[in-house]
Design a binder for this molecule. Structure first.
Ligand code: NI
Length: 130
């Protein structure tokens, strides 16, 4: 599977972006508000690597995670040709689907993602986009 991005939970998206810029990353677009996650999201790129900064608002379902982990990497996102097929295959391998597919407007209009969990390596995100 191709890695699309590494997701970071961050408290202050501007400060986090500045820290990644000092490592040579450049903004991959504007900061977007994702209503489903109730979070500000942006992407930064460097030499073929992409990070996603997710800054949950206090009302976000992700805010609890933020309080627990502070500023941290929390998922790797893999791009797959079909969410349905990948979920089915990974479930056979013991992965658990966390949440049904949802839109990911910060990535693109036709982007859909799911989150899955492995007891051995934690959470991943799968992305399908055309
Ligand atoms: Ni992500």
């Amino acid at each position: 599977m191709e890695i699309h991005h590494i997701g970071y939970l961050v408290k202050k998206i501007d400060y986090a972006a500045k820290a990644f810029k000092s490592l040579g990353f450049c903004m991959g677009g504007a900061v977007t508000y994702d209503a489903g996650r109730d979070a500000e999201i942006c992407f930064l790129d460097s030499r073929g690597y992409r990070v996603e900064l997710v800054a949950p608002r206090v009302t976000s379902p992700l805010h609890g995670l933020m309080k627990k982990y502070k500023n941290t990497a929390y998922h790797i996102c893999y791009r797959v040709p079909s969410l349905e097929e990948s979920v089915e295959k990974l479930e056979k391998d013991g992965w658990h689907l966390f949440k049904e597919a949802e839109e990911a407007p910060a990535i693109g209009k036709d982007a859909k993602v799911v989150f899955m969990m492995s007891a051995d390596i934690g959470m991943i995100e799968l992305l399908e986009m055309n």
